[in-house]
Design a protein around this ligand. Structure first.
Ligand code: NAI
Ligand code: MG
Length: 477
């Protein structure tokens, strides 16, 4: 039985109730997690407040950096065990889970190294005054994270928060939180004081809602669906709590006639099939210049036809969908598109060893898809790619901006001036030119505009989100 982590101790939910965690590969129960509710959130927030006012709040930046660096080392020491847990919990292939644990460690390395290099500023002001700008931690930060990259997201959100001297209460997704629970022990071993990190498991509508509406938190980060993102904005507004929200995308990959297709096609296929398309920054929408459509599609079809989905031990291109519910949603999107006779460009296979009760969806590419079609506009969150066409650069930019989202974009062209024009024209938080990094890059500021959310995570930029600026004006005359 897994327990949650409050004030440095593994505990059951105060209700004594548990939630069953099912394997994406077999549909069978693999674990139980505590069903945390508001009483548990209260304890976690109180523990985080004590640590903020106490041991963690009193550490120097150098001491914080050393502890974060130690957490990185211990994560890498235990990478095989953590990756095995992550793979079993999410269904993702072991190699991908390993890459995710490396990213988790890397967040602690990157931010641990930054801890004592974040300095304030002075401002020249009136004669006889000195002015300093000081960066102070927010206090207790709430982190509500999803199930698609549970380990990476944990690192992405708590490492910069801890670096700045905040304390954390995490509500991981009920679908996949086992790695975070195991990881918590490593933070204690590394010397993180009790209460600096707390993890409350439970349902979104219970533990999640209790945390986002809690009057004891000072800031909140959320990654997940736009619907829940809006609910969280409403509940945090009651307490005037600032948020950073990452709410997904329908990210365009724009392919011009002069693109190097040897590079573009594999980059685009990986950008959608990685993690079975369950990635906020998945390049789920390809916009191709009409004059190369046939050539592009024949190469894409080859790659999709040779892809396979299956259990982790079958070396698949991608693994199952996280839950039955998400599987049904993705399957319905595919069946609906098929019933509307949208042409299929290519389709992968389900591995023969895949369990019939697993949540396996064969990778599929559709095209040409009409620009106002559901498949061209809405997040499917599965291994489903839509291909659209354009004839001019202006039309490409217009199409790229034609959804409500604005998270990441890919641009494939050898024309340097066009690279700049198009990357300026697309409204989003990250643009990749002749490459695509769905989810990657600890150093790279990441976040969106419009329905994709606001605020930035990753990179040094994230540190600005996890602190408050204080201006100190001193008259010495
Ligand atoms: P979700 O938004 O319901 O869940 C994300 C997190 O929010 C989980 O920890 C959940 O427990 C929590 N949560 C849910 N309801 C809450 C509430 N009322 N108050 C506070 N916290 C709450 O996402 P879900 O249902 O797992 O997936 C639905 C869709 O959302 C996906 O198909 C996908 O389109 C999108 N999504 C986007 C993600 C991203 O990386 N941006 C990640 C996961 C889902
Ligand atoms: Mg939900």
């Amino acid at each position: 039985m897994n327990k949650m982590f409050i004030n440095g101790v593994y505990v059951s939910a105060s209700s004594g109730e548990n939630i069953s965690v099912l394997s994406p590969e077999t549909g069978l129960e693999i674990a139980q997690i505590p069903r945390g509710m508001s009483a548990d959130v209260d304890s976690a927030v109180a523990a985080a407040r004590s640590a903020f006012n106490g041991e963690w709040g009193k550490k120097t930046a150098t001491e914080r950096g050393r502890i974060l660096t130690k957490i990185c080392e211990l994560t890498l020491r235990d990478i095989d065990e953590l990756a095995a847990i992550e793979s079993e919990d999410t269904g993702k292939p072991l190699e991908l889970a390993k890459a995710d644990i490396k990213a988790l460690a890397r967040y602690f390395e990157f931010y641990g190294g930054a801890a004592d290099k974040i300095h304030g500023e002075t401002i020249p002001y009136l004669d006889g005054y000195s002015v300093s700008i000081v960066k102070e931690p927010c206090g207790v930060v709430a982190h509500i994270i999803p199930w698609n990259y549970p380990a990476q997201m944990l690192g992405r959100t708590i490492a910069p928060a801890l670096t700045m001297g905040n304390t954390c209460v995490v509500k991981p997704a009920e679908e996949a939180c086992l790695t975070s629970l195991r990881f918590a022990a490593l933070t204690l071993e590394a010397g993180l004081p009790k209460g600096a990190l707390n993890i409350v498991t439970g349902y979104g509508a219970e533990a999640g809602a209790a945390l986002s509406s809690h009057s004891g938190i000072n800031m909140l980060t959320f990654t997940g669906s736009p619907v829940v993102g809006r609910m969280i904005q409403e509940s945090t507004a009651n307490n005037h709590v600032r948020c950073v929200l990452e709410l997904g995308g329908k990210c365009p990959q724009v392919v011009f006639g002069d693109a190097n297709l040897d590079k573009a096609v594999p980059g685009i296929v990986n950008g959608i099939l990685q993690n079975s398309g369950q990635t906020c920054s998945a390049g789920s929408r390809v916009l191709v210049e009409k004059k190369i459509y046939n050539e592009f599609v024949s190469r894409l079809s080859e790659m999709f036809n040779s892809s396979k989905v299956g259990p982790s031990n079958s070396s698949p291109t991608c693994g199952p969908i996280i839950t039955r519910k998400q599987f049904e949603f993705v399957s319905n999107c595919v069946n609906d598109a098929l019933s509307r006779d949208i042409p299929v460009i290519g389709k992968g296979k389900i591995c023969s060893t895949a369990n019939v009760n697993g949540n396996y969806v064969a990778p599929i590419a559709f095209g040409p898809v009409k620009p106002d079609d559901f498949l061209a506009k809405e997040e499917v969150f599965g291994p489903v790619l839509s291909v659209l066409t354009f004839e001019s650069e202006e039309e490409a930019i217009e199409l790229a901006n034609s959804t409500e989202y604005g998270l990441v974009a890919g641009v494939w062209t050898e024309n340097g001036a066009r690279q700049i024009r198009v990357s300026k024209g697309i409204e989003c938080g990250q643009v990749f030119i002749n490459c695509y990094g769905a989810g990657g890059g600890v150093e790279l500021p990441f976040g969106g505009v419009r329905k994709s959310g606001y605020g930035r995570e990753k990179g040094l930029q994230a540190l600005n989100e996890f602190c408050e600026t204080k201006t100190v004006v001193n008259s010495y005359s």
